[in-house]
Each structure stands twice: as C-alpha cells, then as structure tokens.
Design a protein around this ligand. Structure first.
Ligand code: SF4
Length: 368
C-alpha cells in the first residue's frame, strides 16, 4: 500500500503553479495533523480488502511539506504507524524547498522516519528563480543538500524545470551541470506548462511572455536525456531519472497501478478500479473535517476501456514499456520506423526519447 499526504501550504504562489495550495505566512501545523489523521482513521474500514495492508511508501507532497513544523511530520508518521505497519525498508519521501532546509529541520525529519528528500530546485539561475517567484536562492541549494545528507538522509532527488520562455535566456546545460555537481540520487525534469489562472497564464494571455516553442522544448529534453545517460543515470520514466537502485518507488507504484491512498486537500486515491478525490481547498477541507462531513469531492469507477487506456499510457511513460501484443502490429512497426519506439527483443515496446516527446499523441493514436 502506498500513502500520499498533500500538504497545501506555501509561502507564496510560484508564477507557473496551479496546484492546490494555500498561501500562509503561519502554517497551521497542529490543525493539519488533526485533520489528516482523522481522515486516515476514516480510511481504515475502507482498506480491509487491500491484500497487503503494510505501507511500502509514504510521500509528503504539496504545496510545500517542509513548511510544516518538523514535529508535525513526526506526529503524522506516528499516526500512520498506529494503524498500519511499514514494510522493511519502506520509502518515506518529503518534498522540501531549499530555503526550509536547516541542519535542525533535516535532523528532525530524519528522526521522524523520512529517508528521501525531493528538493524543489527548478533552476540555479538567480534571474530565473526571481521570474518563477521562487522563495529560495541558487546559493541555498548546495547547503540544503549537505544538511540533508549530514542528517543521514542519503536519498536526494532534485527537481528542475525546462522549456522556459526563450526571452529568459536560461542556460539549460549549465543548470544540468550544476545539478550533476551535487551528485543527486535522482532527478525529476518537468517541462514548463502554461496554465490558466496562474501569473504565467495571465502574462501569456496579455502577450507579455511568449511560451517556449516546440523545437526548443524538444531540444532541451533531448539534451537532458543525453546528459543523464552520460552521467550514469537511468532515464526510467519520461520525467524521471535515477542512479541504479534509486528509482522512486512511490511514483513507480502509480505507474504500475498499485493501490494508493491520498490524504489531505485535493488528494486522489486509486484502489483497483475505484478513483476518488478530496475537496481541493484547504479551507473547505478543514471545515468539512471539523464538521465531520465528507471530505470526498468526487469518485468514479473506471470502465474496462479506461483501465486499458491507463495501462497503455502509464506503461509507455516508463522504460519498462508495454507488451507489444497490446498494440496493433502496424502501430508498433510505424513507431519503430519513425524512431519513436524500440525493443530489446523481449516483446516489449519502449518509447525512445523522441517517442516520449510525442507521448500523448501516440497514446491517443493507439487508442483510436
Ligand atoms: S512551492 Fe511548489 S506548490 Fe508551492 S507555489 Fe511553488 S510550485 Fe506551487
């Protein structure tokens, strides 16, 4: 079983972000712990059928989980463990922003059971960080990594964003080199997307920012792929790469369609065919929790077709690929011919980096 806890609090909204967040100067850590553990209690009756009731991964995502008081992380972990055991060697990840990482905080997270940190770096370029409305500086990243490792948390992942508007003159190769210099165990590389209702969406609508063109986006993705392979990382999923043995087990569970429980505002859960999601806003979640009313905003039962499509989409995201028999032979042949997929002779179709750049279109075509 895999547990995701959505911590919505952020110091301010980044220019590109449309996640479910709550901007707070003072984070209501106590109240958050109470509400989340109350939801965890509600889940227990629903989990009776889950084959393996032990927790294999926990992921504190956000938002900015590192803005919770460190004691709150310990209380959340203790609350989870009151009801379920952890598997031996369970992966417990905390997303953190570099400016929140101090030696004391890292030591407290480690003592609470956190054994993996995903650090939201995004860029090492000061002007890019300012444009993104990030709260940290480039100089804070290396000390943050050092503090985490000194606290005994050896598994460190860095997030970077590529595909920024050309006008920013961001040097992607230099940012990649700065990341490799820190020898992270794992890297997540996300392409910038322009979402409505974000500062970036408004800048774009007003014509103040020109979104990156497809060619530059593709070129940066392919540069990253080459650099990752050259530095000994396995590019094991379209947006993720790891040193051997350091793949993210939590996210890998999503791609395998393993059961996962999402707790907190906006969190999604998937148990077999069942999908459900919580109310999005912290204020609404907090109120429903206090009143004892339902936290669930919606639910659905996936159809056979939806399950099949999800399986194809998720498998093609990964370097494990998809059994070739799941696709029409002419599709497999056409993709190979175009250089979008390859096969190691084991009967599986694996997208190449060029194929990953067309992932949505290929899946749509395969489903048609
Ligand atoms: S820190 Fe993360 S979740 Fe918070 S506003 Fe920035 S991108 Fe969004």
């Amino acid at each position: 079983m895999h547990v995701y806890i959505h911590v919505p609090f952020c110091a301010r909204r980044c220019s590109y972000c449309d996640f479910a967040i709550a901007v707070r100067r003072e984070v209501p850590s106590r109240r958050f712990v109470e509400a989340v553990l109350q939801e965890w209690e509600h889940w227990q009756g629903h989990l009776a059928w889950v084959e393996s009731p032990a927790i294999d991964t926990v992921y504190f995502g956000g938002g900015t989980p590192s803005r919770l008081q460190p004691g709150a992380i310990a209380d959340l972990m203790a609350g989870l463990l009151r009801r379920r055991q952890m598997t031996v060697g369970a992966e417990v990840t905390l997303e953190a922003n570099p400016d929140d990482v101090t030696p004391a905080a890292a030591a407290a997270w480690s003592a609470a059971g956190i054994n993996r940190i995903s650090l939201g770096v995004q860029s090492f370029d000061p002007s890019v960080l300012t444009w993104m409305h990030r709260t940290h500086t480039a100089e804070q990243v290396a000390p943050a990594v050092e503090a985490v490792r000194s606290a005994g948390i050896s598994d460190v992942s860095l997030d970077l964003i590529f595909g920024l508007p050309a006008a920013l003159e961001r040097d992607w190769a230099r940012d990649l080199a700065s990341a490799f210099a820190l020898a992270p165990d794992h890297l997540s590389l996300y392409g910038l997307t322009v979402e409505d209702h974000t500062p970036l969406g408004r800048w774009t609508e007003r014509g103040e920012v020109a979104p990156v063109d497809e060619e530059r986006y593709a070129a940066e993705f392919l540069v990253a792929h080459g650099e990752l392979e050259g530095h000994g990382y396995e590019h094991y999923e379209v947006s993720n790469a790891a040193r051997p043995g350091r793949r993210a087990r939590h996210n890998s569970a999503y791609w395998r369609r393993a059961p996962f429980i999402g707790i907190g505002p906006s969190a999604h859960s998937g148990l077999g065919r069942e999908r459900r999601w919580n109310v999005r806003d912290w204020a609404a979640y907090d109120r429903a929790s206090a009143e004892g009313t339902s936290l669930v905003a919606g639910a659905e039962e996936l159809t056979d077709e939806a399950v099949a499509l999800e399986e194809v989409y998720l498998a093609l995201r990964t370097s494990e690929g998809l059994p070739a028999g799941r696709l029409p032979p002419e599709t497999v042949a056409a993709w190979q011919e175009a250089g979008w997929s390859g096969s190691d002779g084991d009967g599986r179709v694996r997208l190449t980096p060029e194929g990953w750049l067309r992932l949505d279109a290929l899946v749509a075509a395969a489903a048609a």
